[in-house]
Design a protein around this ligand. Structure first.
Ligand SMILES: NC(=O)c1ccc[n+]([C@@H]2O[C@H](COP(=O)([O-])OP(=O)(O)OC[C@H]3O[C@@H](n4cnc5c(N)ncnc54)[C@H](OP(=O)(O)O)[C@@H]3O)[C@@H](O)[C@H]2O)c1
Length: 370
């Protein structure tokens, strides 16, 4: 059976089994239709937001360059322009002097880009929304579990990556520019339709072929994944109900065992998970010192003590105002379906079957070695 057929069969079977799940009830009845300007809107989270907002009855205008998926949403109003950290290069002329009920800035992390749009639009909307990230938190805060929205963010002149510092500084500046009528969301890793990072897919594809597979750690490490549709629907909820403030959107932590068992369930796999402690993997060449290595071989597993809280960030504030999150199975099915829809996509496991088999054999015959 070829790859696409296999994935499609898995999806079909899973779709049938998920009808047994209780889906959270999302009702957009009784919302007042609003005019919303989307800065971005055509790559990943943008389209999910557009779809959720349209389903809720809102009118949308997209502002972008017309480079990414220019044919998406043919019936929506599209304004073309250009955003840049260099003010002299920016072109916001298409926005003219128009007003919107809500404006959402979906994608940038460069504070100059974020602030110039906010300054231009702040008096032309009642509600401004910005998509940040949990990456905005200061790195030294991520060792503690259950951090909330009050936890300090990365310093602008800190030594973390420009993405983290940029999101943090953009938030600070937006709070100063917009003030009260501002909603900021901080999602964790977002998965689902149109996500082209294959970390969840790695686990799904690895496990769906049966056989034994390395499951890192003891199964109790926490992990969070948020569905792109759930992030989008929270943003629409915030617009509908005029919910301001800052919200973590990480969902509730699950164990790594649950994640892998759900990957097996979705692909109807009888794979055997062999739980191997991180120290042993480290001693045998899958090196925990190099973070990128962990991420590549065992996606979404962050066992380092300095990141103990990374997958335990609290989203209780968002749940408290009505956020709903869907079952992980739905998200995993969307991941499979999306990758199956990409013509010519060739999945390649970051942990080769040969390397994995060798490690499993060493693990099975460990007696004298550590
Ligand atoms: N993926 C994750 O796991 C994750 C986790 C936490 C937070 N986040 C956040 O989630 C958001 C995801 O954003 P997205 O990329 O999916 O947003 P999007 O709005 O779907 O796509 C990006 C948009 O920006 C437009 N654009 C790019 N360069 C532009 C420019 N110079 N001037 C004007 N428009 C421009 C693109 O259109 P054109 O190219 O046609 O201009 C496109 O419409 C980001 O804020 C990210 O930091 C992601």
């Amino acid at each position: 059976m070829n790859r696409r057929k296999f994935i499609k069969n898995s999806i079909l079977a899973s779709a049938i089994s998920t009808t047994l799940w209780e889906f959270p009830f999302r009702s957009f009845a009784n919302t007042t239709p609003k005019n919303i300007l989307v800065l971005g809107g055509t790559y990943f989270l943008g389209p999910a937001f557009v779809e959720a907002a349209r389903a809720a009855g809102h009118s949308l205008t997209l502002f972008n360059r017309g480079v990414t998926n220019p044919d998406m949403f043919p019936h929506l109003e599209k304004l073309r322009g250009y955003r840049s950290p260099a003010t002299e290069e920016e072109d916001f002329s298409a926005l003219a002097k128009r007003k919107w009920d809500a404006v959402i800035d979906v994608w940038p992390h460069d504070p100059s880009m974020v602030t110039s749009a906010a300054k231009l639009l702040k008096d032309r909307t009642k509600h401004y929304l910005y998509v940040s990230s949990i990456a905005a938190y200061a790195e030294d805060q991520l060792a503690q579990p259950h951090i909330t929205e009050e936890t300090p963010l990365a310093q602008w002149d800190g030594d973390q990556s420009p993405y983290c510092r940029g999101k943090a500084e953009s938030e600070r500046q937006l709070n100063a520019i917009i003030g009260h009528n501002l909603t900021i969301v901080r999602p964790c890793g977002i998965k689902g339709v149109r996500d082209d990072t294959p970390d969840a897919l790695d686990w799904l594809r690895r496990l769906q072929n049966g056989r034994q597979h390395i499951a890192p750690g003891d199964g109790n490490d926490p992990v969070t994944i948020v569905d792109v549709k759930d992030v989008a629907e929270f943003l629409v909820l915030a617009i509908d109900k005029s919910i301001y403030s800052t919200f973590n959107l990480t969902g509730r932590p699950m164990t790594f065992r649950y994640l892998l068992e759900e990957c097996k369930a979705v692909t109807h796999s009888d794979a055997e998970l062999v739980w191997i402690p991180g120290d042993w993997l480290h001693q045998h060449g899958i090196d925990s010192v190099y973070l990128s290595n962990w991420l590549r071989k065992f996606p979404d597993w962050r066992p380092e003590p300095s990141m103990k809280g990374f997958f335990q960030i609290s989203s209780e504030k968002a749940y408290g105002v009505g956020w709903q999150t869907r079952p992980l199975r739905d998200t995993l099915i969307d991941c499979l379906e999306y990758f199956a829809s990409i013509d010519g996509y060739q999945w390649k496991d970051t942990l080769s079957p040969e390397e994995e088999a060798k490690l499993l054999e060493l693990w099975e015959h460990r007696t004298s070695s550590p």
